[in-house]
Design a protein around this ligand. Structure first.
Ligand code: GLY
Length: 724
């Protein structure tokens, strides 16, 4: 409105001048020519305002007394802000996102900066801060404006002022060390060409001007440039390599963190479950976790210091809403959000994310019984140790029974090879109670009866365990993947605060009434164990990192189907934040140098993870399950052998006494070695022969003669031929 009144005033003046020369001869029409760049901000506004003003004048006959005002507007086809366009091109070319505009706060300055804002917006860039200097401001006032501008993030300053003010501002900036390394100053159109050629300025003025600006203004005729359509591509701009302030060819970053003493406020979720990812110590407030370690490692890779403070978000009683956490960036409560934040479409519309540092697609967790290899299932009821101990006991029992039966039972006699086979055959056939050999000795029967009891227990336990393993392993969940989950009508669990809830409802069309929020891994387990029929859930939909952590601590659950979203976790920053870009680079570096893997190993793969075979292990039979039986059996063997040895020794001493007669000095001349051989020979012979020879000796003694002195060794061949 002000602008229109202004235009109206101008026309009134113009018309008064035009008509004032000869008031008596009023022309019917007064023609006024106007030249505007109609393609510019001012041109567009002026066109509308002039048309409205002309209309008002012509409708009010008291102003021009019947004379018609005609304004012929001509488009200059030449932007009055050609320099502004170039500045915007430059900012875009060098990848700066934010600029600070320094200008004299008059119409020229404001219009120029408005035009700059428009041009930058076309390139998705923006003026972060407008440093307006009052016309005629004192040096101290100018300095105050500049110092305030340095508090802001941007280090790209666009100076839009007339020559005198421009030089004053730039000189002051020089004195305030604002033209040194890290700073970029761009002066608009004619000021830049003036500064570029002015011998008065020796302040390391940015070399950009020797690049694009000079090229366009000095070498190529403006008309030639204007004929060319403006191209968003920078390929045809033929920029020279710039020497930047600080005598460096490295492009200034163009921004810093506002050094007004405030740390970055980094929001973090105050988690109550899966605290390996992010956790806040309620006592000390110390923040730890996988996501925190990744963030800190990435920040340490930045070339510049960024002070920050973690600010927990959430009640600490349940996991916070991650959507609300992200919204805190929009309301400026947080400068960034760090944690297990999924990069999902809705969020990328409002904030910028870094590169993902871990994959976090949604998966389905459900209760399933593991299928194992049926071919070798028969081995699974016993542990390896149990198999070994059982096998060993079979051999021990075979040997003990052989020792006990050898002297009295022809089944356990014969050539050594045959006897060895008998031991094996006898012992292992007891497994099926199918041994053919009789046990004749009392001790042998005692051992065998205990052993057969042990075998009975082992056998029935084996059968029960194998039955359990084979039947239970065949059961599995009816949920096979996301399609069968959606198609079913059963309740689905999701993690409190996670985007999974809205994803299931909005993207997959799952009825909210089917969803059940679960806060902790214990609640996951309980809901799955109960199952849909008893108030639990059929499956849980959650991000893979949580589920993997859950599975590392819980058996009898598994991921079914494939990951059905392909998201990851990243750190969230406000739109266009340069820190998001630099941290993305840092995350890639962490990934390439292996640090990311090391942090992952530290937080996510240690702990009491149960291997899949542990579930099966619980059903297996161990040696300790049968320890009592083995001990009883072992003791029975020892007792039987001891008694057998006692009897044998007694028989042997009787036999030796009878053989040597009362007059001989028995044993005095015998060596221990031959005694042992004689004992073994005695033990090898059938007991019946001992009784026969004993009877004979008694008869001979009764008849007054000497003993027969039967040698068991010499009669061994007879025994052998007698045995079966
Ligand atoms: N990780 C939970 C979420 O981003 O919603």
């Amino acid at each position: 409105m002000k602008f229109m009144l202004h235009i109206l005033g101008i026309f009134c003046c113009l018309c008064s001048c035009a008509l004032g020369q000869n008031i008596s001869v009023r022309p019917n029409v007064v023609n006024i020519g106007a030249l505007f760049a109609l393609n510019s901000t001012i041109g567009r506004a002026a066109k509308v305002a002039i048309a409205a003003a002309v209309n008002d004048i012509n409708n009010d006959s008291s102003i021009l007394a019947g004379t018609k005002l005609v304004v012929q507007m001509q488009d200059t086809n030449c932007s009055g802000f050609l320099g502004i366009v170039q500045v915007a091109d430059l900012v875009e070319y060098y990848g700066w996102k934010l600029v600070t505009a320094v200008f004299i706060d008059d119409d020229y300055g404001r219009n120029g900066i408005a035009a700059l804002g428009d041009e930058l917006a076309k390139r998705k860039l923006k003026i972060l801060y407008k440093a307006a200097i009052k016309p005629g401001a004192k040096k101290s006032e100018m300095a105050a404006v500049l110092v305030k501008a340095t508090m802001m993030e941007s280090r790209v300053f666009v100076l839009h002022a007339n020559v005198d003010s421009g030089i004053a501002v730039f000189s002051l900036a020089y004195n305030l060390s604002m033209t040194s390394g890290g700073y970029v100053w761009i002066a608009t159109d004619w000021l830049s060409s003036y500064l570029d050629s002015s011998p008065r300025l020796d302040m390391g003025l940015m070399s950009i001007m020797q690049g694009v600006l000079t090229l366009r203004l000095s070498i190529v005729a403006p008309e030639a440039l204007n004929r060319k359509p403006s191209s968003p591509s920078n390929a045809n701009k033929k920029l020279y390599t710039a020497i930047w302030p600080g005598e460096t060819t490295t492009r200034p970053r163009g921004w810093v963190f506002p050094n007004n003493g405030n740390d970055l406020r980094i929001g973090i979720p105050n988690r109550v479950s899966y605290r390996q990812f992010v956790s806040v110590d309620p006592q000390t407030g110390v923040v730890t976790g996988f996501c925190i370690d990744v963030f800190v490692a990435a920040m340490n890779l930045l070339q510049y210091p960024v002070p920050y403070t973690f600010v927990p978000f959430g009640t600490g009683r349940e996991n916070p809403s991650y959507t609300e956490l992200i919204d805190k960036i929009l309301t400026n409560e947080f400068d960034a959000v760090v944690g297990d934040i999924a990069i999902v479409t809705n969020r990328t519309k409002v904030v910028d994310f870094t590169q993902p540092y871990i994959g976090s697609g949604l998966v389905i967790l459900t209760s399933v019984k593991k299928q194992s290899s049926i071919g070798w299932a028969f081995l699974q009821p016993f542990t390896i140790k149990m198999w070994c101990v059982t096998g060993m006991f079979f051999l021990i029992i075979g040997t003990v029974v052989w020792m006990l039966e050898h002297r009295v039972n022809d089944d356990f006699r014969g050539p050594p090879v045959k006897q060895a086979i008998t031991v094996f055959w006898f012992s292992f056939s007891t497994l099926f109670f199918a041994h053919r050999e009789d046990t004749r000795s009392t001790l042998g029967r005692f051992v065998i009866i205990i052993w057969l009891f042990v075998v009975l227990i082992i056998q029935s336990s084996y059968t029960a365990s194998l039955t359990s393993i084979l039947t239970v392993q065949h059961l599995s969940s009816p949920i096979k993947g996301i399609d069968s989950l959606i198609a079913s009508d059963e309740p689905i669990g999701f993690q409190v605060g996670s985007f999974a809830e809205s994803y299931l409802v909005n993207e997959l069309g799952v009825s909210p009434s089917r969803l059940k929020s679960l806060g902790t891994p214990d609640q996951y387990k309980e809901a799955l164990d109960l199952g849909p029929k008893q108030g639990g859930v059929a499956a849980i939909v959650d991000e893979r990192p949580y589920i993997e952590l859950f599975l590392s601590e819980h058996d009898k659950f598994a991921i079914v189907g494939s990951e059905f979203t392909k998201s990851g976790w990243g750190f969230a920053f406000p739109r266009d934040s340069p820190l998001a870009v630099d941290l993305s680079t840092a995350i890639l570096t962490l990934s390439e140098n292996g640090d990311l893997q090391r942090i992952t190993d530290k937080w996510l793969t240690s702990g009491s993870s149960a291997s899949p075979s542990d579930d099966l292990d619980a059903d297996r039979l161990h040696v300790h399950n049968f320890a009592a039986l083995f001990i009883i059996c072992g003791l029975a063997c020892i007792v039987a052998l001891a008694i057998h040895a006692g009897i044998l020794y007694r028989q042997y001493t009787l036999h030796v006494a009878a053989a040597s007669g009362p007059l001989s000095a028995a044993g005095s001349s015998r060596s221990h070695r031959s005694s042992l051989r004689s004992f073994l020979s005695f033990a090898d012979h059938r007991e019946v022969e001992f009784h026969k020879s004993a009877n004979k000796d008694h008869a001979a003694i009764a008849a007054g003669g000497s003993s027969s002195g039967v040698s068991f060794t010499s009669s061994n061949s007879t025994n052998t031929s007698m045995s079966r």
